[in-house]
Design a binder for this molecule. Structure first.
Ligand code: F0G
Length: 468
């Protein structure tokens, strides 16, 4: 079995390295000629933007008033009041910019439609007044993965697969398991034993996945999965799958719509396997090409210092090579030492003029508590964005008067253990970060255990008021 392209669509597959344009992808989604990653491109767009790429539903011809950017913008806006499931999805609502998948295969949980929040306290802490967060943790399974998963799982359904599979640090597996269940497919999850949060693991179990905890790390899980798909007819749902990238593009499209198509100066994303940065960057470049926006924001990528192969690729090796490493960080979602999409991410950096930064474990924990104190919250991997912004401000790459959007990738409740340990002051006990963690005490809000009497509670309240 191979994954065929839909003949109706204007989208074509292309290898990012050798430029080969295969008619279909193998089960590993790698170029048969050189082994590198594949991506979708839309040949018509550069010649006659949108004509032919526009398709409201299969068989429905694009009408002339949908062929210019402002008509597209109104079409997408008008779908916000529709009762149609696909129109209600923040991914499928933008289907004109995606490869065509027939409606009968679409699996949707009404993903996307995530809020854009101002972060007033974080703005003060960073000196960037115009600071906002797009919270992708507000998706159905509480991470950004749903936007890519709705699309790629639908493509698996279209291909007639009964099994889908992924290697994951937790969020991909939670998302995949949900979409597979909705699409009546079986799912196989490979996760590193003991190195993912219980919240994420519990999701995969509840959605009915066959969950294998392998005695290795994420990169080891990827290696086994790649061998498995060569032997068994399972559909690979990691972000090497270009359908994932297409679905994840919509976060950037939706963001621009929320900003009335006025791009911010900077967008900042966490970097793990580097699929998300690649997807957001691809969307930005395509929106510029289609004249939906008039300039590109700078897209910057932040890694944890203990899982920084891409940071080193850019700063030590001038983007020439990526040296895999053994990754270690408490932000388990991005505990990745050999990111698959590093070449795609590098192109995005070059196209948008973004930067790569790395942040320490303590910087991540502090940033997470600060995002929490704004009444928003996120999981540790998402907080690298705020920690990275502080560094980019310090270097003068982001200026005080500029506008910044952080992409928060996962919900606060994904990893409650991290949060509780931080607030109890235990997170860094016995680790090299212990001394640095002293700076985070003022943010810690450990629960207070009291006798069950009013006087004790009033004393606690009075003490809190004096300290606030
Ligand atoms: N933030 C969160 C919450 C994540 O779960 C991930 C990746 C990232 C950021 C990094 O995104 O890999 O596209 O660069 N999680 C994957 C998973 C690897 O298996 O859930 P990326």
């Amino acid at each position: 079995m191979s994954i065929a392209q839909n003949t109706e669509t204007t989208a074509k597959l292309r290898c990012i390295s050798c430029g080969t344009t295969p008619d279909s992808a193998g089960r590993d989604f790698r170029c048969a000629a050189c082994g590198d990653l594949l991506e979708f491109f839309f040949p018509e767009w550069t010649l006659d933007p949108l004509d032919g790429a526009l398709r409201l539903r299969s068989g429905q011809a694009p009408s002339h008033h949908h062929t210019d950017p402002s008509a597209l913008k109104s079409l997408w806006l008008s779908r916000r009041t529709s009762r149609d499931a696909l129109d209600q999805s923040g991914v499928w609502r933008f289907r004109e910019l995606l490869p065509h998948i027939p409606e009968e295969h679409a699996i949707t949980l009404r993903e996307g439609n995530t809020p854009l929040y101002h972060l007033p306290r974080c703005a003060r802490a960073t000196g960037v007044e115009n600071l906002r967060a797009k919270h992708q943790g507000m998706n159905p399974t509480a991470s950004f993965k749903d936007t890519g998963m709705t699309f790629a799982a639908s493509s698996a359904h279209q291909g007639g697969f009964s099994w889908v599979a992924c290697a994951s640090t937790g969020n991909t597996s939670a998302s995949m398991a949900a979409y597979a269940a909705r699409g009546n497919m079986h799912s196989l999850v490979l996760i590193p034993d003991g190195k993912i949060s219980w919240g994420k693991l519990s999701q995969a179990l509840d959605y009915g996945a066959l969950t294998c905890q392998l005695r290795t790390d994420f990169d080891g899980c990827v290696r086994i999965l790649n061998e498995l798909v060569r032997q068994k007819p399972v559909y690979l749902l990691n972000s090497v799958n270009p359908f994932r990238i297409e679905g994840q593009k919509t976060a950037a499209i939706e963001l621009m719509e929320q900003l009335s198509w006025e791009p911010p100066d900077h967008i900042i994303v966490p970097g793990g396997n580097l699929g998300n940065s690649s997807a957001i960057g691809k969307a930005l470049v395509e929106m510029l090409e289609l004249k939906l926006i008039s300039r590109l924001p700078k897209l910057s990528i932040i890694q944890a210092q203990g899982a920084n192969p891409f940071y080193r690729c850019v700063h030590e090796f001038g983007g020439k090579k990526l040296e895999p490493m053994t990754a270690d960080t408490l932000a388990t979602a991005i505990r990745i030492g050999n990111p698959a999409s590093w070449k795609k991410a590098l192109r995005v950096l070059q196209a948008t003029g973004g930067e790569v930064e790395q942040v320490t474990e303590v910087e991540i924990a502090i940033a997470k508590a600060e995002i929490g104190a704004d009444g928003i919250g996120c999981e540790p991997a998402s907080a690298v964005t705020l920690a990275g912004l502080k560094k980019l401000r310090g270097r003068g790459f982001v200026k005080a008067g500029e506008s910044v959007v952080l992409i928060l990738t996962g919900h606060l409740l994904k990893d409650p253990d991290f949060t509780i340990e931080f607030h109890r002051g235990d997170l860094f006990t016995g680790t090299p970060g212990e001394a640095e963690a002293a700076h985070s005490r003022s943010l810690q809000r450990a629960p207070v255990v009291l006798d069950a009497n009013l006087g004790a509670v009033i004393s606690a309240l009075d003490a809190a008021e004096r300290n606030s």
